[in-house]
Design a protein around this ligand. Structure first.
Ligand code: A2P
Length: 276
């Protein structure tokens, strides 16, 4: 089977996102600059950060010092709690200033917690219309949260970023997103290391001659997701990017799909009530 998959997806008009992004959750701000520089050197062009990670400034500094043109890189950040128009505007303008950037490529509501989702989301759309953000989306949204936005007659988010891997396939959310043209981003695609050594993953990795992490990342890409693996190790950062010159067979995809176990390795945001 040919190995080539598209290396990017269109998530909004004129906005193309690399299908593999580099996750930076829990990367210590002190380490983050060097780690992101390694990722950019290894070929990643998409970096995922957040207000909550406290490393946005280090991510931006690594981007700036990489020598890569800004328009060739894609950076996502996220607003922690939904908090209304004034606060989100102040937050974004302050963040852009601190990062030394004119715009963020993708801006997400980090979770359905916070209580002012509609107002915050509308404010983010305005910031996009003003050119401070290229696309707006959400993270950790379940179907009822996405329906809440739709009922408020708001345009669908460009993406929904959720925990996703063969052991947690989030079928209901993924099928809602597919139906409504919302791209799905997979965080914790390596189960934070928990199931990386599972026997089925190990077997397929040895059949293909790649690492176990590569199998999990490639599963996400072939499932149509944008995938956000993390590592602080330079060799693993490089190795994890080796997912475009080969492919999983249909049979191997079926075996991986059979690993579904409803295993949240982080948290289950679908239990959060809609708080428009
Ligand atoms: P490390 O930073 O030491 O490489 P996730 O992306 O699901 O959150 O998983 C991140 C975890 O997976 C980190 O603990 C990371 O450790 C580990 N990890 C990343 N890449 C690999 C790899 N190629 N092999 C083994 N563990 C990996």
């Amino acid at each position: 089977m040919a190995g080539v998959s598209s290396t990017s997806l269109t998530i909004a008009e004129g906005v193309s996102i690399p299908v593999i992004g580099f996750g930076t959750y829990k990367i210590d701000p002190k380490e983050c600059y060097a780690v992101v520089k390694n990722a950019l050197k290894a070929g990643y062009r998409h970096i995922d950060t957040a207000e909550f990670y406290k490393n946005e400034v280090e991510v931006a500094a690594a981007m700036k010092d990489s020598g890569i043109k800004r328009e060739e890189m894609f950076v996502t950040s996220k607003v922690w709690d939904a908090r209304g128009e004034k606060a989100v505007r102040e937050l974004l303008t302050g963040t852009l200033k601190a990062m030394g950037l004119k715009y963020i490529d993708l801006y997400l509501i980090h979770s359905p917690n916070g209580g002012r989702l509609v107002e915050t989301y509308e404010a983010m759309l305005k910031l996009r219309d003003e050119g401070l953000v290229r696309a707006v989306g959400v993270s950790n949204f379940g179907v009822h949260h996405l329906e809440g936005l739709a009922e408020a007659k708001l345009e669908p988010p460009a993406v929904n970023q959720i925990e996703l891997h063969p052991f947690l396939q989030q079928e209901k959310i993924v099928s809602y997103c597919k139906k409504n043209n919302i791209a799905v981003e997979a965080y914790s695609p390596l189960t934070a290391g928990k199931f990386i050594k599972h026997e089925t993953i190990t077997k397929i990795a040895s059949q293909i001659g790649k690492g176990n992490a590569n199998i999990m990342i490639r599963w996400s890409i072939q499932s149509g997701f944008i995938v956000l693996p993390k590592s602080t190790d330079p060799d693993r950062i490089k190795q994890n990017f080796d997912v475009f010159s080969w492919a999983l067979s249909e049979e191997q995809m079926t075996e991986l799909n059979a690993l579904e176990a409803d295993e949240h390795t982080t948290w289950d945001p679908t239990t959060v009530p809609w708080q428009g």
